[in-house]
Design a protein. Structure first.
Length: 95
């Protein structure tokens, strides 16, 4: 495996770990899914870190939540959360 491939794999793996950690942290009631209220807590924390207005971010991520909620049950499983997780991690790392 080339150094470039190794670096990409390492970054990808680290990103996966961060997404999993976020999911576990914000799954406040530990029921194995992210509810809209839990996503709201996450987004408010991002807004504090980035200085973005929470209203704008909430609107943006409510839409992304609905798009990621494939089975339309009103919650995100880990597999569904992974669809928006990378973007959330990026915002948090850039804050």
């Amino acid at each position: 495996m080339s150094k470039l491939n190794c670096a990409f794999f390492k970054a990808f793996t680290e990103n996966e770990v961060l997404i999993k950690e976020l999911f576990e942290k914000y799954d406040a009631n530990k029921n194995g899914v992210i509810e809209k209220s839990e996503l709201k807590a996450l987004i408010l924390d991002i807004a504090k870190s980035t200085g973005e207005t929470s209203e704008e971010l909430l609107k943006e991520y409510e839409k992304k939540f609905d798009e990621a909620d494939i089975n339309k049950d009103g919650v995100l499983t880990y597999e569904e959360f992974k669809k928006i997780g990378p973007e959330i991690v990026e915002k948090m790392l850039l804050a």
